[in-house]
Design a protein around this ligand. Sequence first.
Ligand code: ATP
Ligand code: MG
Length: 283
Amino acid sequence: MKNLKIAIQKSGRLNEKSVQLLKNCGLNFENYKSSLITTVSNFPLEILFLRDDDIPEYVQDGIADLGIVGENVIAETEAEVRYLQRLGFGRCSLKIAVPSRSDIRELSDLNGKAIATSYPTILQKFLTENKITADIRMISGSVEISPALELSHAIFDIVSTGGTLRSNGLVPFADVMTSEAILISKNGIDSNPVVRELMQRIQSVLRAAETKYVVLNVERDNLDEIISLLPGVKSPTIVPLAEENWVAVHTVISEQDFWEKINKLKAAGAQGIVVMPVEKIIM
Ligand code: ATP
Ligand code: MG
């Protein structure tokens, strides 16, 4: 059987995390920056390194079977692909922003105005939904300087911290979409056993990333209260300690839950709390 192909970004904001995710799934490959394609030595998969803009269409057309790409790029290309898994990295939002001294106050003020963007399709859809007619100016990079150059009255672009907007005298005006990296496939391939195997590995890595292995010591008298504080754990492992009446509680807990419970655990008598990373969780 022919190897499957997965397309990931060649360089840029999603490259490193995409490579790391595949390596965490136990896939061995050389990440040759100069080559377009590399073969995984211990799994029937080839990796294509591409510009992110090309990934949705390559997957739609079956040149690649799978891809990792930002939701914004999928939406912009309108490629017909299947969403297999949200990956939790590459988070950002796409916003309309205006100069801080602009007289644009509400959405309808955008009527008749020029908006610069690298995402004309997403923007047009948003404007149409809001019954606004504006002049979309397609610019492929450095969109945020266009109001200062009087090329546009507003911009529509990716925002993560807002720092770039601020340093160009712009303020966010309307939220249009949020995005994160997504594992996509061409239609009809999700029942392929290799895809299922890869999906299982990816899910076990993602579950582990948000989970911690916690060990704490407690006196037997306080054990019930400690157990009641550990959410979602049916039955933690209890190990007797050398010191009489003391036990160690071993459990797996989401990092979020842990931070919420830590003070209560201490108040209930937990001592010597050790938190360790979890590599994989197989369900
Ligand atoms: P390519 O050379 O592959 O076309 P690019 O320059 O178009 O790369 P990058 O800037 O590397 O793209 O961003 C890739 C993706 O990372 C974006 O499409 C978006 O989904 C995500 N992303 C997350 N945070 C940000 C951010 N602050 N700025 C830009 N993109 C971000
Ligand atoms: Mg790109």
